[in-house]
Design a protein around this ligand. Structure first.
Ligand code: BGC
Ligand code: CA
Length: 345
């Protein structure tokens, strides 16, 4: 028995040597992906789409998706780790897009391409690195669509002007000011209302940082201050439109003829439900599926050392892709109301 154990040990050692000396497997392309904060409704949908597409590559790809936790210093550490581990491309949803220059410097030193997505760095920074790309949607367009939804409602609804002063009194829930989406949605939604010939009167605006809970608190405070002086609620995204609706429901709205029009952006599943229930007037589809796909496809193409232009150009929406160099992929927004919400479920 003892001899057998010795023999077996020797055989195993020899086998181990052979395995160790076998032909080295070629390293798989490795992609480092990070999201500004996992705790974000819309970005969770984008993240799951990217994750699924990456998984579909099976053995061909190594990848890692990490949480920036809303902290740029932490996210920089993650990016350093990706680069140390030999990432062949990076897909980055920046906590602070203004910090893109630091990240670009790091990646450029190692010749690693970057696909930024959803939180857009400055064009000047983007221009500094030929291998920096951006996948996103034109926030101006989403703002315009939100404003148009409100203008259509206002014109079709004689009772919308509750105090009959000929002006639209509104409150505005803002997203994270570090994200230009927040700035443009605020600006362009109101511009579209005014372009339709409607006079506006801003009662209040404040940031709820894209979040339901914060939006609910802000809306509750505005309701106790202004009550029915508020004629329309604009939210820069649906996590916040849902927060506003929660506060409105608690204050007795959406029963009998107590109504308040609320508009948002994203068309997350909760928002589509709210349209169905009649609590959300409308929203704007922020296409998480196409943005996730465009981000992954581009990062994967680049990780394999292929040129972006050939593989990725067909993905870009020709009419929306204003950048001839192909550094930007713009995914279009779509207006969503009770007329068409079912097709987005
Ligand atoms: C979405 C928000 C999201 C934000 C994250 C925006 O485009 O509309 O819901 O919180 O991106 O950066
Ligand atoms: Ca009024």
């Amino acid at each position: 028995m003892k001899r057998f154990v010795v023999l077996l040990t020797v055989v195993m050692m020899i086998a181990a040597i052979f395995v160790g000396c076998g032909p080295a497997k070629p390293a798989k392309p490795n992609i480092g992906i990070t999201i500004y904060k996992f705790d974000d409704n819309f970005m969770s949908i984008v993240r799951n789409n990217i994750d699924k597409l990456a998984k579909d590559q099976g053995d061909k790809l190594d990848y890692s998706i990490q949480d920036g936790q809303g902290d740029q210093a932490k996210q920089n550490d993650l990016i350093d780790q990706f680069l140390t581990k030999g990432a062949k491309s990076l897909a980055l949803n920046m906590v602070e897009p203004a910090s893109a220059s630091v990240v670009i410097g790091k990646a450029q030193a190692k010749k690693v391409p970057i696909v930024f997505f959803n939180r857009e760095p400055d064009a000047a920074e983007m221009a500094k690195y030929a291998n920096a790309y951006y996948v996103g949607a034109k926030a101006q367009q989403s703002g315009t669509y939100e404003g148009e939804l409100v203008a259509e409602y206002w014109k079709a609804t004689p009772t919308a002007d509750k105090n009959k002063d000929g002006k639209l009194q509104y409150v505005m829930l803002l997203g994270d000011p570090a994200n230009t989406d927040a700035k443009y949605r605020t600006e362009f939604s109101i511009k579209a209302v005014e372009a339709a010939g409607i006079k506006v009167d801003k009662l209040a605006e404040d940031t709820a940082m894209w979040q339901t809970g914060e939006a609910q608190n802000k809306m509750q405070a505005w309701l106790s201050k202004f009550g029915d002086k508020i004629e329309v609620v604009f939210a820069n995204n649906d996590a916040m439109s849902i927060g506003a609706i929660n506060a409105l429901k608690a204050a007795g709205y959406f029963k009998g003829n107590k109504y308040m029009p609320v508009v948002g952006v994203d068309a997350i599943p909760e928002a589509l439900d709210a349209i169905e229930q009649g609590t959300l007037l409308g929203t704007v589809l922020n296409d998480a599926k196409r943005q996730g796909k465009a981000t992954f496809d581009l990062a994967w193409t680049l990780a394999q050392g292929k040129p972006a232009a050939t593989d990725v150009a067909p993905l870009a929406d020709a009419a929306n892709n204003a950048n001839p160099a192909g550094k930007y992929i713009w995914v279009p927004y779509v207006k969503v109301t009770k007329e068409n919400y079912k097709s987005f479920k």
